[in-house]
Design a protein. Structure first.
Length: 116
């Protein structure tokens, strides 16, 4: 079992930045690929970014490429999402997820609102 707790969400103006954190507890964090998903109001949940267990490969949705950066610190059992140049369309609940063969876990989500 893996427990995931996101933090760092909030209200930010367009063009601003936020850094989301996801702290993991439970089984060995470094065994899991990690991802950030988001769910805008009234829309489906979508994958924003992901990172392999050792951090050597990352994926970004086209909508966030060049603006968001995913990273992880296995010593701290934490994955991060640095979000720069935020746009109103980035407004969503952001969820952290952990994945391994036969296992998938969600965090509870953190709200990000981009508005002036």
């Amino acid at each position: 079992q893996v427990q995931l707790v996101e933090s760092g969400g909030g209200l930010v103006q367009p063009g601003g930045s936020l850094r989301l954190s996801c702290a993991a507890s439970g089984r060995t964090f470094s065994r899991y690929a990690m991802g950030w998903f988001r769910q805008p109001p009234g829309k489906e949940r979508e994958l924003v970014a992901s990172i392999t267990w050792n951090g050597d490969s990352t994926y970004y949705a086209d909508s966030v490429k060049g603006r968001f950066t995913i990273s992880r610190d296995n010593a701290k059992n934490t994955v991060y999402l640095q979000m720069n140049s935020l746009k109103p369309e980035d407004t969503a609940v952001y969820y952290c997820a952990a994945a391994a063969i036969g296992s998938f876990y969600w965090g509870q989500g953190t709200q990000v609102t981009v508005s002036s």
